[in-house]
Design a protein around this ligand. Structure first.
Ligand code: SF4
Length: 238
């Protein structure tokens, strides 16, 4: 747990509701310094956060390399290293977890059932995330309320009860898709080339497709499943 008490986070949460993303990110960098990390899957929201945070000094950025990411995401990681002069902290799944899983259920197990898909996300994403968060007091994410119903009540700052009560900061919680892209264009922020091919949310290659006109922005994630559009990183559970 960070040096902030739960009651203090509740007060901050109310105050930050009307604060700009810039102020919140500046506050976070100043207060937590190297005990803060941006969790980035190199989606466009993560790029906005990184771009803003980089104005306040060196920031830590970590990512989870599931082993199944699109080439375009790897390309962007290299661009980010160059442009922002940072070393991206890459966390991988434990080889023994993946080896056991694919030996028993096949390399493309996620298409076979929701349970197996969740098992894959658990081994490739959720468990490495737990390691990435060890030893830090706060993490920053690109969650936005309009992304999906499970995110509609996200606060700009909250206590992350799933990960040992550290602080979770979601500075773009009230941003719209249009606001995100306005910022990216105005500031010439690098972004994943897949957005130019109709993708609106980008995760692992086999589990993401472009969306068709009129579809929900997250319709391309695990498109063969009905309903759930979460991997477990933000909602917990195996
Ligand atoms: Fe596995 Fe797909 Fe989840 Fe990636 S998104 S961890 S490939 S199930």
């Amino acid at each position: 747990m960070s040096r902030f008490k739960e009651e203090e986070i509740a007060v901050l949460s109310r105050e930050m509701e009307t604060m700009s993303a810039e102020r919140i990110i500046g506050w976070a960098v100043e207060n937590f310094q190297d005990r803060l990390a941006i969790a980035s899957s190199f989606q466009v929201e993560d790029m906005v956060i990184l771009d803003i945070a980089s104005r306040y000094g060196k920031v830590r950025v970590f990512t989870i390399d599931t082993g199944r990411l699109p080439q375009e995401t790897y390309d962007l990681i290299d661009v980010v290293r160059e442009r922002y002069g940072i070393k991206v902290e890459v966390f991988f799944p434990k080889p023994e977890d993946v080896e056991k899983m694919v030996r028993e259920h096949g390399v493309n197990l996620f298409y076979n059932s929701v349970k197996l898909r969740q098992m894959c996300c658990w081994n490739r994403k959720v468990k490495p995330l737990k390691r990435a968060l060890e030893g830090i007091d706060a993490w920053m994410t690109g969650l936005r309320r309009e992304q999906w119903e499970t995110r509609s009540s996200v606060r700009k700052i909250e206590v992350d009860t799933i990960h040992g009560n550290i602080v979770k900061i979601n500075p773009l919680a009230d941003w719209t898709w249009e606001q995100v892209w306005k910022y990216v264009k105005e500031k010439d922020v690098p972004y994943n080339a897949l957005y130019n091919k109709g993708y609106m949310s980008i995760g692992c290659l086999p589990c993401t497709r472009p969306v068709r006109p009129g579809e929900h922005p997250r319709a391309g994630r695990w498109w063969w499943e009905q309903g759930n559009k979460e991997c477990g990183i933000h909602v917990g559970g195996e």
